[in-house]
Design a binder for this molecule. Structure first.
Ligand SMILES: O=C(O)C1=C[C@@H](OP(=O)(O)O)[C@@H](O)[C@H](O)C1
Ligand SMILES: C=C(OP(=O)(O)O)C(=O)O
Length: 465
């Protein structure tokens, strides 16, 4: 990826520096131990209102579903404008290890077209899930189609992310699995059937089973039993993409999904821009009183990031579709918000960053499960906002954030791409913010530092990429 650059410091590549000391400790926080050797990135302060067009690469969620379906299909297919990022590369590597032939073309730093030739799923291989929820939850059901053992592991924090419900479901369907979290070895093959699980920790428990379900001899019926399932638009995305691939899915009963056994006709898919990754760029328009346009914003989509249109308007932005794409304009007012983000929980870090800069109190609800995301995001956001002098309080299922002037300091990212971009948003208007490990944005947006600098380009007319 491009080396981080400071927009405020001109064009010269700026040196990220190591922590001098450990920084202030916040006792009692449940956030993970951070990397004390991770470089610090001086977040550029906006010189004035940003005015930019920011073209986002492909959606992580669509890319990784499309790749799985292509690898399970009955004929070769293509995934165009697929995201290239750590999570997407890990998915491609996993499917290749399991036997699929994957040929890239039209590659750039963050985009690629994949030609995928499906092959019988083979065992006897190891899969690295990194910190990718989509890899650790979508690939095991594929691996369960193999005759031999498949070993899974990932980053240190990945071992703490919830896996129990999906591994239990695969066990109930006949696989042998030797652990309830990473690392584990799964041995199939399974023939499918009906399972009951609690998906309140992650919608990916359901999506993973559905994506491979048509290839199980008996198909699969997944029944959720427990507190509400978060991120439901992501399950709708799974269902819609399966149907587009000719798979019959019945989702008429609440919390029950039935996938018929049958061929997967993945065909030729073009990936939409990642709307969740648009969040920090659109937020820049709000906090600087500028305007940011994101081209190719889909008219209709199952991406949860589409909810930004309503959320940012509620916080004071003017949001409009223009011929060039979606335009968000800051009006000078940044209001607090009371929002249930259960369906769109991956937007929480950006909304929390905005809330910390708003002129009134905010409450974010319905996101208890994001304690199991890349890090405990509720604890991490409260810790980092408060470290800069803010007033954020954890609740059981979210955050309460009150206005209080912020000052510069280290904003830790905990290997979480969305924590890093939240720090960048705050740093636009709070001098002296240093984001730890900005390179962690490579999880879904490897060009983030370059795109951020371009957005802040000297004439304020920067193309975002
Ligand atoms: O299926 C997917 O592509 C995703 C589902 C959601 O997970 P959770 O249901 O765990 O929130 C979302 O937050 C994640 O970024 C991507
Ligand atoms: C929760 C996220 O990722 P993952 O797919 O790893 O769960 C995210 O990107 O915000």
């Amino acid at each position: 990826m491009a080396s981080p650059q400071s927009a405020s410091g001109g064009a010269e590549p700026h040196a990220t520096r190591q922590h001098d000391v450990d920084g202030p400790r916040v006792d009692g926080s449940r956030v993970d131990e951070h990397r004390v050797d991770a470089p610090l990135w001086p977040a550029p302060v906006a010189a004035g209102p940003v005015r930019a067009t920011v073209r986002l690469p492909g959606s992580k969620s669509v890319t990784n579903r499309a790749l799985v379906l292509a690898a399970l299909a009955d004929a070769p297919g293509t995934v165009r404008l697929a995201l290239r990022s750590r999570d997407a590369d890990l998915m491609a590597a996993a499917l290749r290890a399991l036997g699929a032939e994957m040929t890239p073309s039209n590659e750039s730093a963050d985009s690629v077209d994949w030609s995928v030739t499906p092959r019988p799923v083979r065992g006897g291989v190891s899969i690295d899930a990194g910190l990718a929820g989509t890899v650790m939850r979508f690939v095991p059901p594929v691996a369960a189609l193999a005759g031999g053992p498949v070993f899974f592991d990932g980053d240190p924090h990945a071992r703490k992310r919830p896996m129990g419900p999906i591994l239990g479901a695969l066990r109930a369907l006949g696989a042998s699995v030797d652990n309830d979290a990473l690392p584990f070895t799964i041995r199939g093959p399974i023939s499918g059937g009906e399972v009951v699980l609690d998906a309140s920790v992650s919608s990916q428990m359901v999506s993973g089973l559905l994506l491979a379900g048509a290839r199980f001899e008996k198909g699969v019926t997944v029944r959720h039993d427990g507190p509400p399932v978060p991120s439901m638009p992501h399950i709708e995305m799974t269902v819609q993409m399966l149907r587009r691939a000719g798979v019959e899915v019945d989702d008429t009963e609440t919390d029950v999904w039935r996938v018929q056994a049958g061929p997967v006709r993945a065909g030729d898919v073009t990936v939409e821009p990642d709307l969740s990754n648009a969040a920090p760029f659109l937020a820049a328009a709000l906090v600087t009183g500028g305007a940011v346009v994101v081209p190719d914003w889909p008219e209709e989509t199952t991406q949860g990031g589409d909810a930004l249109r309503g959320l940012l308007a509620e916080m004071g932005a003017r949001v409009e579709r223009v011929p060039e794409g979606l335009r968000v304009t800051g009006t000078g007012s940044l209001r607090g918000i009371d929002a249930d983000l259960r369906d769109v929980s991956e937007l929480t870090p950006t909304i929390a960053a905005l809330a910390a800069l708003a002129d009134g109190p905010s409450r974010i609800r319905g996101v208890a499960h994001i304690r199991g995301h890349e890090t405990d995001r509720i604890a991490a956001l409260a810790t980092e906002i408060n470290r800069l002098g803010g007033d954020a309080r954890e609740t059981d299922d979210g955050l309460e954030i009150r206005p209080r002037p912020l000052t510069g300091g280290v904003f830790r990212s905990y290997a979480d791409h969305r924590m890093a971009t939240a720090g960048a948003v705050v740093g636009l208007v709070v001098p002296g913010v240093e984001v730890e490990d900005i390179a962690t944005t490579a999880k879904t947006l490897p060009e983030f530092p370059r795109m951020w600098a371009a957005m802040l380009g000297s004439e304020g007319l920067g193309e975002g990429r």
